[in-house]
Structures are given as C-alpha cells and as structure tokens.
Write a protein that binds this ligand. Structure first.
Ligand code: SF4
Ligand code: SF4
Length: 92
C-alpha cells in the first residue's frame, strides 16, 4: 500500500537543536523579494506569509536544502545541524 508524502513525513523523527540550522533574513523577504518562492517550494511549509510578513520556523524542516538553492535574494543561510540533532528518516 502506498503512503502519501504527508504521511511519510509524519513518520520522521527530529531532535531539535536550540541553534537553528537555517536562518532567514526576513527583512529581505518582507521588503525586496517579489516572488516569495520559498513559500511554494519548501516541502515542510517552513516559510509562510503571515500578516504580510515572512514567518519562518525551522522546527519542521526535513533538511532537503531546497530553500538554499531557491532563494535568489541571499536571505537564507543553511548549515547542517550540530551533531546528534536534526531529522531521522524512517522510510528513506
Ligand atoms: S525567496 Fe528568499 S527572500 Fe524571497 S521570501 Fe523566500 S527566503 Fe525570503
Ligand atoms: S531545507 Fe527544505 S524543508 Fe528545510 S526549510 Fe529549506 S526547503 Fe524547507
């Protein structure tokens, strides 16, 4: 039986670090970015516009790296989580 992407993502486990592995300069999102593409390409919906402002949260991140490549405004800084933290994929 096949599982939906949403159900597959729900099987993953994350050990959160207090230090975010992704930081977003939301001032850039709010002022100069016209396309807001990361709100559409992030599979975990970590980028959302709330009250006309970028609201980024790293807690549901699956470390795919898409936002780093998608953002053409230099707003995203990405590094691997510190050792022992981050996501563990259950179904590959
Ligand atoms: S593409 Fe970059 S600058 Fe634009 S909303 Fe996404 S993170 Fe912000
Ligand atoms: S690394 Fe992937 S899942 Fe994490 S915030 Fe960026 S696009 Fe979303």
């Amino acid at each position: 039986m096949s599982m939906s992407v949403k159900d597959r993502l729900a099987t993953n486990k994350t050990k959160l670090s207090k230090k975010p592995h992704i930081t977003v300069e939301t001032d850039i999102c709010d002022t100069t970015c016209t396309h807001k593409c990361t709100t559409r390409v992030c599979p975990a919906k970590c980028f959302e516009i709330v009250n006309d402002k970028m609201a980024f949260q790293y807690e549901d991140c699956i470390e795919c790296g898409t936002c780093l490549h998608a953002c053409d405004q230099g707003a995203v800084s990405w590094k691997f989580p510190e050792s022992g933290h981050g996501i563990t994929f259950r179904l590959g």
